[in-house]
Design a protein. Structure first.
Lengths: 117, 110
């Protein structure tokens, strides 16, 4: 099946620095990718929808200047957490839709665990 | 608004059947899904059902959909210790957004 990768799988950074997380669709093209955040023992919260070649659509309550999303190609979306703080520590998961597949097909990456100290 | 609810915890004995329930609010849902998440890992799609179907069976998994009551269930037959994980119910709306439930933690006792 289709594969979505994320890099890095985990990262520790100091408070005030910025961290970039990559999401790649390895064997299919994805016009649309999604970024989720998951707190420990909680569900996934959709943060934003990343659209190739255009601005991301952010969910209510998500700061777009804090979480910068760039979807520069059909196989890569990046999420940059700017001026990270300890409360940004979380598990970030991306997903991608296979534009040529069935409507239900959405593939998830393995997640990136961010710890801000 | 869109909301998906499910029970938070289920404990069964190995070999028994597990039934995880979920309710949703968006009547325009197109697809409904069950995902499995093991500790520290991403999500694995277990199965899905289109909104005009009542039932889908895939090996040990049976999905039942009651569209009138907006109720979805996942039955795992002959539950094994390897089935211990968190199971998320999710729906895709017409805007292709996927809304997740809080997850049901399944604990299988040997």
């Amino acid at each position: 099946g289709a594969v979505v990768s994320q890099h890095p799988s985990w990262v520790i950074c100091k408070s005030g620095t910025s961290v970039k997380i990559e999401c790649r669709s390895l064997d299919f093209q994805a016009t649309t990718m999604f970024w989720y955040r998951q707190f420990p023992k909680q569900s996934l919260m959709l943060m934003a929808t990343s659209n190739e070649g255009s601005k991301a659509t952010y969910e209510q309550g998500v700061e777009k200047d804090k979480f910068l999303i760039n979807h520069a190609s059909l196989t890569l979306s990046t999420l940059t957490v700017t001026s990270a703080h300890p409360e940004d520590s979380s598990f970030y998961i991306c997903s991608a839709r296979d534009e040529k597949g069935q409507t239900y097909e959405q593939y998830f990456g393995p997640g990136t665990r961010l710890t801000v100290t | 608004g869109e909301d998906v609810e499910q029970s938070l915890f289920l404990s069964v004995r190995e070999g028994d059947s597990s039934v995880i329930n979920c309710t949703y609010t968006d009547s325009s849902s197109t697809y409904l899904y069950w995902y499995k998440q093991e500790p520290g890992a991403g999500l694995q799609l277990l199965t899905y059902i289109f909104s005009n179907m009542d039932m889908k069976q895939d090996q040990r998994l049976t999905v039942l959909l009651n569209k009138k009551d907006k109720h979805l269930s996942l039955r795992i037959a002959d539950t094994q210790t390897g089935d211990s994980a968190i199971y998320f119910c999710a729906e895709t709306t017409r805007g292709f957004k996927t809304i997740f439930g809080a997850g049901t933690r399944l604990f299988v006792k040997a």
